[in-house]
Design a protein around this ligand. Structure first.
Ligand code: NI
Length: 151
């Protein structure tokens, strides 16, 4: 396993739409393992592959309820709304108030290639939306209602 360098805002890869994973290979497993290690090392709650320079639709999330691995995630339903503060490992100096759906229903492939459905809310729903935005080249500063310097 390896800890990757996290790409910072200003790098063009963070503005690109990432590509679907067409086949789950040992390299995708290695990517997932290393992304998780990188996220834990950086004390983040989520990481998308473009943040380590890989333009693929792969995400890892752990908001304290265990590791979630998402390949080709799709949001199917967004329910409710709430504004809360969020940050990003690629934007270490800023936080922002971002309006997100309170609850999302999403589907993604797991590392075995099986489709898994998620029905999540609160911080976990926020993490899903934030990380899936990364796969579409969107950063929280692009959608925040208010941006602050980190104290
Ligand atoms: Ni982020």
């Amino acid at each position: 396993m390896a800890v990757y360098q996290i790409v910072k805002m200003g790098d063009s890869i963070l503005k690109e739409k990432a590509q679907e994973v067409s086949k789950i290979t040992p390299n995708i497993h290695k990517l997932l393992d290393n992304m998780a290690e990188t996220m834990y090392d950086a004390k983040g709650v989520g990481l998308a592959a473009p943040q380590i320079g890989v333009p693929k639709r792969v995400v890892v999330i752990d908001t304290g309820e265990g590791l979630i691995e998402l390949i080709n995630p799709v949001i199917l339903e967004m329910i409710g709304e709430e504004v809360d503060q969020e940050g990003c490992l690629s934007i270490p100096n800023l936080v922002g108030d971002v309006r997100r759906a309170k609850r999302v229903v999403a589907e993604a492939l797991n590392r075995e290639g099986k489709t898994v459905r998620y029905d999540v809310e609160g911080l976990l729903a926020r993490a899903f939306q934030h990380e899936i935005d990364h796969l579409n080249g969107i950063l929280f500063v692009d959608v925040a209602e208010k941006i602050y310097e980190k104290a």
